[in-house]
Ligand binder design. Sequence first.
Ligand code: DX5
Ligand code: ZN
Length: 218
Amino acid sequence: MAVQISPSILTADFARLADVAAKVAGAADWLHVDVMDNHFVPNLTIGLPVVESLVKATDLPLDCHLMIENPDRWAPGYAEAGAGSVTIHAEAARAPVRTLREIRKAGARAGFALNPATAVQDYEDLLGEIDMLLVMTVEPGFGGQSFLDIMLPKIRKARELIRKHGGEIWLQVDGGVSSTTIERCAEAGADVFVAGNAVYGSDDPAQTVRDLRAQAER
Ligand code: DX5
Ligand code: ZN
């Protein structure tokens, strides 16, 4: 499984999103866009109109992480807008199978996210509908939080279930991923790494992406 790095723009300058994307162009695989609605999580960021503009402003594929209520209503629109990947939360989706299928039908990869308290075993039957499983390594809502070590066994469990299921399902981690935590995540079986603060809080975001990749590949 190839390592992929998806820098999160959450703590970057929202007034300069094209520049923010350009800073990691050529180094990153994806641009991670955190969509928050102030209901599913206690924070409000950007929505569909901004994503529609951002698709045109960068060549990087957008990895849209929807931390919103009623993703069944909104997720397909992000795929139709040109996002390369659209991730919905297990805790918010009421009809996840239908929604994951609609995301795929609209041409995007279908992602499925689990909050720290959500057990991965409960969703084993859905693996056939999923292109990427996201194990949250912080409670969603904010960048710059500390990595939750207690999620490492869940990453391992997720990798084991994916292996058992067969097929190519990516395993993403998001929250507190940095030079001090990425190796543990990779060792546990993650292959797609979201990093916000670690990348955009550094002096050279592109170089940081390369460094993180090298560490994860070790
Ligand atoms: C948190 C978001 C993350 C966040 C990660 O709810 O889903 O994508 O931006 O930021 P860091 O890497 O700073 O923890
Ligand atoms: Zn995220």
